[in-house]
Design a binder for this molecule. Structure first.
Ligand code: C2E
Ligand code: CA
Ligand code: CA
Ligand code: CA
Length: 272
């Protein structure tokens, strides 16, 4: 390929040219989408072992050009590659905190927790601790109701830096959950050093938990590990009563999945 000026690549293959153009258009739309407020948060209910709704996870949605919904799996990797995840992630944090503040006035939802996904790039920002503080301060949300979801893949690199930031954020009263647990490579020694409150069993182990003995063993091991470390454990991707019952039987403390509800707009959520 030969460069022909800003944002243009000339390929000899017209198919490659088309792909490159589509990618550039997608990036441009993503940038404009943030300015034009095309992003929304949907919320998925989380339920404890007594069946009580205890909170939600905020999940990002993009209505591209005000029209079709683009799933996060399609735009988050690109937003991470071009750095747009930083303003986007801050928007998510502030919008989720503002929602928490609205629920503070509602009898059935005042105690709900709000789980927010954090990208590795956000956590790596030197002022990430201040950014979390700003979102809380700006909205007046109760820090004790905010829970940040990190993934195992963030625990590579500068672990000292991660631990220091987590401790500073925990000092606000904010909790941490380790998402997609079991899919990465976090060592026990690292796990012990993190100020976590919760492990989240990845949905890939929940999907076939009733038919695949390996998944059942992994889930049991995660529950035992979590409880030994004094952590709570939540299972994601719970789609049936049978899965819920099995997970409850092995000691899971909380559940999330289509069985309890899909991610939906705040106005459509149940109460407790
Ligand atoms: P995740 O954090 O593991 O979120 C759980 C995903 O599983 C969500 O997909 C959710 O809609 C889906 N899900 C929930 N219950 C079920 C179920 O019972 N069965 C099945 N098959 N799926 C279920 P979604 O909303 O498409 O999000 C995909 C991923 O995008 C998230 O995975 C997360 O990694 C990322 N993401 C979403 N919102 C944000 C955000 O605000 N910031 C960042 N950095 N990442 C986000
Ligand atoms: Ca998550
Ligand atoms: Ca997850
Ligand atoms: Ca997952």
């Amino acid at each position: 390929a030969k460069s022909a000026g800003r944002n243009t690549m000339r390929f000899f293959d017209p198919t490659l040219q088309a792909i490159a153009n589509a990618f550039i258009a997608f990036e441009l739309d993503l940038r404009q989408g943030l300015e034009r407020q095309e992003f929304e948060l949907h919320y998925q209910i989380q339920v404890d072992d007594a069946g009580v709704n205890t909170g939600v996870e905020a999940l990002l949605r993009w209505r591209r050009g005000g029209k079709e919904m683009v799933p996060p799996a399609q735009f988050i990797p690109i937003a991470e590659a071009n750095g747009l995840i930083l303003p986007l992630g801050q928007w998510v944090l502030e919008t989720a905190c503002a929602q928490l503040m609205r629920w503070a006035e509602e009898p059935g939802r005042a105690h709900w927790t709000m789980a927010v996904n954090v990208s590795a790039l956000q956590l790596a920002q030197s002022d990430f601790v201040e950014r979390v503080g700003r979102a809380l301060g700006k909205t007046g949300a109760n820090p004790a109701l905010l829970k940040l979801e990190l993934t195992e893949s963030m625990l590579v690199g500068d672990i000292e830096d991660v631990v220091a930031k987590m401790k500073a954020i925990k000092a606000y009263g904010v909790a941490f959950s380790l998402d997609d647990f079991g899919t990465g490579y976090s060592s026990l020694s690292i796990l012990k050093r993190l100020p976590l409150q919760q492990l989240k069993i990845d949905q890939s182990f929940v999907r076939d938990i009733l038919i695949d003995p390996n998944d059942a063993v992994i889930a049991r091991t995660i529950v035992a590990l979590a409880h030994n470390l004094d952590l709570r454990v939540i299972a994601e991707g719970v789609e049936s009563a049978e899965q819920r019952d099995f997970l409850a039987g092995i000691g899971c403390d909380a559940f999330q999945g289509y069985f309890f509800g899909r991610p939906i707009a705040a106005g459509e959520l149940p109460k407790d």
